[in-house]
Structures are given as C-alpha cells and as structure tokens.
Design a protein around this ligand. Sequence first.
Ligand code: GLU
Length: 549
Amino acid sequence: MAKQRINVLLVEDNPVYSRLIQKLLTRSEHQDFKVSMAGTLESAIERLGVGSFDVVLLDLMLPDSAALDTFYRLRAHDMRTPIIIQSAMDDVGLASKAVEGGAEDYLLKDGISSATLTRSIHYAIERTNARGAEWSSSMLHLAQQQFLKAAYIAGLDPNIRQRLLFPERTQIAALPFKRDGVDQVETVFAYRVQHVLTMGPTKGGLRYHPEVSLGEVAALSMWMTWKCALMKLPFGGAKGGVRVDPNTLSKDELERLTRRYTSEFIGMIGPDKDIPAPDMGTDAQIMAWIMDTYSEHVGYSVPSVVTGKPVVLGGSLGRHEATGRGLAYLVGETCRLIGLDTDRATAVVQGFGNVGMHAATFLSEMGVRIIGISDVSVALHNPNGLPIDKLKDYVRQNRQLFGCPYGEIIPGRDLLELHCDILAPCALQNQITAENSLRINCRIVAEGANGPTTLEADDMLDARGIIVLPDILTNAGGVVVSYFEWVQGLQNLTWPLKEINNRMRDVLTDALARTQRRAQAEKVDLRTAAMIEALSRVGAASHLRGLFP
Ligand code: GLU
C-alpha cells in the first residue's frame, strides 16, 4: 500500500529536538512525513501563509514569543490546521491550557517516541477532518476538551483515550412522517449514538429539537457515559435526537414521527442493548409510543426498552421529577458543607421545563427563595421570591411564563448575573462563557442542563472561588431513577417512592463525596474531579475486558 504523505510544520528553536522529531517521523511505516521547519513564530506564520500543512508541532517557548501567546497568535493566523504542543516537563500546565484553548493535543518532549508522535498526529488530523464534516459541533469540542483535560491528569492509557474521543456506534436516518394534511410528508434527520459499549447496555435520552445535530448528540452521549460511570450504574452512554421542533407538531404527528423513529432504530435499541428515556422536547407519552412500537415488533410487551414511561405502563414513581429533585439534594448537601443556611439562601433558575421547574419546586421546599426564573418566552425577577406553585399553574394553562403577573420582566441575559447564592442553569448548553463569567454573582452554580459552562468560564469561576456542581453529577438524578425503573421492570417489582428517593439521594451524595475527595487529592475543580472518577472506571473496565480480537 502506498504511504500517505503528511505535511508537518515543526515550529521549534532547539536544533537537537528538531533533529529528534525528524528522525522519529522517518521511522513510520505507514506514513510519509514531510517536515518543514520554523525557528520563530514570525517565520511559522509566514510559512503557514504560503504552504499547505496537515499539522503543526508547536513549541510554546520561542525566541520571539512565549507561553500561551505563541499558541493564540498562531491560531489567530490559521484557524484550521491542527496544532500539537511540544512541551517540556515543567511546562505541562501551559500545554494543557493550550489544549483547553483548542490545541489538539500535547506531547512531552522527554517521553516522546515514534509511536506516540505519529499516533498523536494521526488523531489530530482525523479529529480536525471529522469536526469539519459530520461531527462538527461546539458541544462535542467542549466535551472532548473536558475529557482530554481529565484524561491527562488521570494518566489514562492513550489507546483508551483515543477510543473514547468519539462514539463507538452511530446511526443516522432521514425520517419521513406524514403531516396531518393528507399529502404532505415531512422528512427530518434523526440520530442514535452509543458512546461506550463496554460497561453494559447503553443508556440516554432522546431529544427533539430544531437544532439537534450529530455532533451535539455525540457530545451528549459522551456525557451520559461519564454520568453513568460516576453514579456506578451498569451502563455506557448513549443519546438520540431528531432535528425537529416538537412545538410545531400535533399530537398525531408526534406519534407518527416517534413510531417511525423507533422502527428505524429498532436494531439498535432494546432492554439489553440501549434504553432511551425522555430528554429535551420528549416526555412520558413519547416513551409509551416507543415501548408500544417495539413491543408490537417483537410480539410481546417489553416495558424495559425505555425508561421515563408513564407509571401505569411500568414507569417508576419519582422518575418524572428525579432530575430536579437530585439537583436539590446536591445543592442541599453542598450548602450544608459550606455552612449556608437554605432557609436564608436565594436562587436563580434558568429554564422552566422538566428540570428547571422541579429544581425550583424542591429548592423552594427546602426554604430557598427563588428570586429569578426564566423560560423561552421571558425572564422574571422578584427579590421577595417567586411563587413557584402559582407559576406552575400558570404554565399548565398558558404553556409558557410570558404574561404571568408575579415578577418584573428583565432581559434574559441579565438573569444569570443576578446576585444570588445558587445559580441553576437548567435550560441550554453554552450559557456561562468567558464573556459573562466575571459577572456571575453567586456562590454555587448547579448545572441542571448539559454543557452550560464553557471551559474558559470554568477556570474563571474556579479562580473566583465559585463552586460549580458539574452537569454529570448534578443532573444525574434522572438517569439514576431511570436505572431503578429498568431494574424494577426486569424484576417485575415496584418500589415505594420513599425508597426510590432515599436510594437516589444515597447514590448522588456518595458520588459527590467521591468527587470532592478527588478534587482535593488532585487539586482540580469539581468537574475535572468528577470526570476523572468516571473515566478511571471506564478505563479500568476496558483494560479488564481487553481488546477484541
Ligand atoms: N436525558 C436524561 C439525561 O440527560 C436522562 C437519561 C436517562 O434517564 O436515561 O440524563
């Protein structure tokens, strides 16, 4: 087979190291590397302007530029070519910051070998190509950067690390369904992504949203893997999505779409294979249609093919409100640990869907005053506290908060910046960013949504001493009770609500305690600690199972 030609720009001022890299690359059996050299940042920028390179190997300490400046200045001139940092042992902190800022990877100069170098180049190019195509998504990029950061600190085996960067199995369908008018057929894109099959069946929600993409579903499936592993559930992560706005569909249209989705993906799902659950834009009724379609297909009732289904069909008590309840448990535990009296605490909740509504309900039951709340239609502020039960009644009748008379309307972007003790983003991804994180004015951020905080914002909040309870911990109550529902279904048993809530509280507080211990031991923030806890488990399981064949 002809060797593949790869053009490398090596930006390095140390001639000894340059020679070593060249030597290592010429040893590769599978690829033909053409290495061009630049000894300064200026000459590197010049070369990138005229040549076409597949990858840049970058030393951050150059005669005309130092540290992260080197990376960002090069990035500003070339947004696309993947950059791998070459780092000395003492500069690992800088190198991992560059990875958080968008570099593909870093390599330690001391331990470099032909295998590590060529593999890193190979995956950097693959990832860049993939992101430019079907996987392109800022959410997947965030999930991958969070993972890489934790993987380096945990010393995860590089073979396993590369495997976990992308999902294991994916199916995409163009899904036709009939609109209510006689002749019109709508075709929408639909996905199911299974990230890790090592830990047992895969588990994760199904999302109906007009902006769902493969990359977003992939990121969410990856977070499901960490969530399940952190909770010690016997599942790998998965997620499904349909790119559609469910609010524009009638109930009959939603049913036809859901049944078609189930039949398209019937080979992938099953109680021992992959178990969907509700997520954004889906609910218990949609789970009931999936269960019915699957059961019709196999010829008998299979309740455990989904979780989050109606209780009368084998759904678990407490599942509907589990994510919000779990968030409140963890906030309560954290308040206890930092000596914050919940009766005197205030909270702002972004989002009034299933997660936000229940989080607000349980927080206010704990005595917390909810001074700000929002949904897609409006953001409301009331320093004396918003009456959550009345807001729920209003939404039941009017579908959204807009027009309800209990608070002052404020711009949506100001909601997150209100002064409060607990800020719970329970709506969308990418809400707390480098742009607004310095104006975030709370003691605890409790992430009910998946991926609401960017990596830069994480660092900025951490530096200001704000506790971030990360999504894979804070919103895991849903999947924990999903697990209980699955177990009850397989055993044909039902557990009382009290038992379910107590068990959920135990699972979550144990995960919080392990995360805090890791954070202290590794001197990292809670998100990185939770990720390390989770990926160590997945890494250990992968090692024990070994690689087939
Ligand atoms: N969609 C929820 C989540 O993101 C629940 C998943 C499940 O219960 O399987 O955690």
